[in-house]
Ligand binder design. Structure first.
Ligand SMILES: [Zn+2]
Length: 267
């Protein structure tokens, strides 16, 4: 069994064939999906999507830094109600984006600080988004990891406290994240021709610290670049990870699935 730990299947690009997409992934062994509802307008659709697939889909609820501009005043109270739903698997995706929103750093830090306590309050792991800016000083990973080290109190019984989704940092970031109990999310970017450094970092981190994800509809693997991504690409990503780490496909599938359960709990 494989798990897509990060999907945006409520994206409008799936409106015409969402059901078929889930069925096709399931037929390929991708039996569980974590849907990421990361803006207030996505929370109700996320809950409805999970309700349609009670055995297969769980939901992360949170506010991505990209949605900082149009937040309703009572968003935190509303987010708390969603984190109490039975489908809620995580707080996320939350974090810092200095690529798209470099000018809103202070607001982003505030948005993150407001959501971090919800992990401990509702016993949920966190799905973190970090993207560095164009300048070396715009170090989203560095800022995020320092904040987590000093301000994040969530301490679950399970192995992982959260995940650095779509990991794109350097080895030092991976190491700091793993020291904080974070898994690394590996997706189609692992397969991109020029991402040698990322592949080396992921290999060094080792299978024990990895979970698989698509981040669909974005970031399809190399074979499908320019097309819509979907959870059916998880086996291809798994095979690329297995081959680069010198492991079997089944070993990679089993361990990343165990890791996903360690991260999100049973579902
Ligand atoms: Zn995402």
């Amino acid at each position: 069994m494989l798990i897509d730990t990060h999907a945006h299947l409520n994206d409008k690009s799936f409106d015409a064939d969402r059901k078929e997409v889930v069925a096709r992934a399931a037929a390929l062994g991708v039996a569980k999906i974590v849907e990421i509802a990361c803006a207030p307008a996505e929370w109700a659709p996320g809950e409805a999507f999970a309700a349609a697939y009670p055995d297969a889909v769980r939901c992360a609820f949170g506010v991505h830094p990209e949605y900082i501009k149009d937040l309703p005043p009572a968003y935190l109270a509303e987010l708390e109600t969603y984190l109490q739903k039975s489908c809620a698997a995580a707080v996320g995706e939350i974090g810092l984006d200095y690529w798209w929103e470099p000018k809103r750093k202070e607001e982003q830090l505030e948005l993150l600080a407001g959501q971090l306590p919800l992990c401990a309050k509702f016993s949920k792991p966190a799905v973190f988004h970090a993207r560095n800016g164009k300048e070396p000083a715009q170090n989203a990973y560095g800022d995020l990891l320092i904040i987590l080290k000093h301000k994040w109190t969530h301490s679950p019984a399970r192995k992982f406290r959260g995940v650095l989704h779509c990991f794109s940092g350097a080895w030092a970031d991976a190491k700091a994240g793993m020291d904080l109990g974070l898994a690394l999310g590996v997706n189609g970017t692992f397969t991109y021709k020029n991402n040698h450094d990322l592949r080396d970092t992921i290999k060094k981190a080792g299978l024990d610290n990895l979970v698989l994800e698509t981040d669909c509809p974005y970031l399809p693997p190399q074979s499908a670049r320019g097309k819509r991504n979907d959870p059916a690409f998880i086996p291809e990503i798994a095979a690329m990870v297995a081959s680069h780490l010198g492991l079997s496909n089944s070993q990679t599938a089993d361990k990343t699935t165990t890791n996903a359960f360690e991260l999100f709990g049973v579902f």
